[in-house]
Design a protein around this ligand. Structure first.
Ligand SMILES: Cc1ncc(COP(=O)(O)O)c(C=O)c1O
Length: 460
């Protein structure tokens, strides 16, 4: 038999930073590895607890990225690990049964959802939950068109990408799913015009656009979307994949808009940050229209959806959310952070264009760099960097010089997101605030910061 050259789990865990980089370059995505390296985002982290993570040299960092919203409960909450251990002798997958715990998770999800949202379908990623919601809308309404918002992010699989409002991600994959129509986010007139054509199966939107740069719609917009969807017979799908599970100060962000959608998509923190779990949840009536009857009940399925470990993690995650009242915590800590960031933005207007957010989903938008002579000297690279990496450069500085982990938002690279676990302490928030203040004082202008911290990107 051929002897395979395998790396054991034990050996894998003790690889060094450079070994991992080499493997990543050779067997995964070499350009991504190079880009991450230029930003200093290629450290090897070996331990994590709550908001804190440690690299291989024992240096401690604060995680303000929070798994893009998947770590609302922090890293490795012992209650989540205990839930996984509790089921480690049960069958994880046994499709010739109804599943051990998925019905319990569906019950508990319905218990925290807005009234009437009761039937859930489980899958494994945010994009898959979106795919499921779009299919549900088509099957339930027998219409074809999906309306989505400019700047929206719903994932990168074909259907989810077709309703993700950034051409950089869409263009290379055309043609996408037909009959997906984009409208400006927050513009109820444009939505009225589009829905008035009577062809829409659904409108999909985020209550707050996360990857769009933490954009909050104008007051009353969500209520108007709700009214228009009802009027024209389209389903209202709210994507709470990033905003859900306490992140914005209530369990779901749409609660603050006093809106009950027809479908809510969840993922990320639903699995407690330890197992991938996602879901779409809808009413009995809509579910039955789409999938009622023997000939329709298998139209949408997933091998791993609702597996025992995933469901156990979801059950434990919801329990922690409720027991620890993490939504209130996010509201209080978020109000403090937002106020202090607002003060910083007034002291350093040359850096910060705007600070916005709700609860612990906060975006800091930086002033774009205007081209000028330096842009010419660098062969246009400065403008390119300003367009795509400004937030990344600030995030790199925070990571490498202040041990604070953040990242830019995918659809608006001038924004860094602050999205720590909801258990973050005042002292940890103050550490971030001091880091930003020190950085602005040290560099005095965005130009100096970009030239110092981004020079490897310019020359690389
Ligand atoms: C609002 C929203 N929807 C969908 C997704 C896609 O989730 P996933 O990456 O798990 O497919 C994301 C991911 O960031 C998101 O923020």
């Amino acid at each position: 038999m051929k002897k395979h050259d395998l790396i054991t789990l034990e050996d894998g865990l003790s690889l060094k930073r450079q070994d991992i980089k080499d493997l990543f370059k050779r067997y995964m995505n070499p350009s991504l590895a190079t880009m991450m390296g230029l930003l200093g985002f290629d450290k090897r982290f070996v331990r994590a607890e709550g908001v804190r993570v440690w690299d291989e040299d024992g240096v401690e960092y604060l995680d303000f990225l929070g798994g893009y919203g998947a770590l609302n409960f922090g890293h490795n909450d012992p209650r989540l690990n205990a839930a996984l251990e509790r089921v480690n002798t049960a069958p994880n997958l046994l499709q010739a049964s109804l599943g051990t715990l998925s019905a319990v998770l569906a019950h508990n999800l319905a218990a925290i959802m807005p009234d009437g949202l009761q039937r859930s379908f489980f899958s494994n990623s945010g994009a898959e939950a979106v795919e499921g919601a779009l299919k549900l809308a088509k099957a339930a309404t027998k219409k074809k068109r999906i309306v989505y918002c400019e700047g929206a992010f719903h994932g990168k699989t074909m259907g989810a990408l077709s309703v993700t409002g950034r051409s950089k991600y869409q263009a290379p994959f055309a043609p996408l799913v037909p009959e997906c129509v984009m409208v400006p986010f927050g513009d109820q007139g444009a939505l009225d015009l589009e829905l008035g054509k009577g062809e829409a199966a659904a409108v999909i939107l985020e209550a707050i656009q996360g990857e769009g740069g933490v954009r909050i719609p104008p007051a009353g917009y969500m209520e108007e979307v709700r009214r228009l969807c009802k009027q024209y017979g389209a389903l209202m799908i709210v994507d709470e994949i990033q905003t859900g599970f306490g992140r914005t100060g209530t369990i779901f962000a749409c609660e603050q808009e006093k809106v009950i959608p027809d479908v809510i998509c969840t993922a990320k923190s639903l699995g407690g940050g330890v197992v991938p779990v996602s879901a779409f949840t809808t009413t009995e009536e809509i579910w039955d229209k789409a999938y009622g009857g023997f000939d329709r009940c298998l139209l949408h399925t997933s091998t791993f959806g609702g597996n025992t470990r995933a469901a156990a993690a979801g059950i434990a995650a919801i329990q922690i959310l409720v027991d620890d009242d993490l939504a209130s915590r996010a509201r209080e800590q978020g109000a403090y952070l937002l106020e202090r960031l607002d003060q910083l933005s007034r002291r350093f207007p040359n850096f910060i264009k705007e600070v916005r957010g709700r609860g612990l989903l906060i975006g800091v938008e930086f002033n774009p760099l205007a081209g000028g002579i330096l842009n010419k000297v660098t062969g246009g690279k400065i403008n390119q960097i300003a367009d795509e990496y400004l937030g990344g450069i600030v995030a790199a500085e925070l990571m490498n010089n202040y041990q604070v982990i953040t990242a830019y938002t995918l659809n608006n690279p001038n924004v860094i997101r602050l999205e720590p676990p909801l258990i973050v302490s005042r002292e940890q928030l103050d550490h971030l605030l001091h880091a930003l203040e020190d950085m602005f004082q040290k560099y005095q202008s965005m130009w100096k910061l970009v030239l110092a911290s981004g020079k490897r990107l310019i020359t690389g």
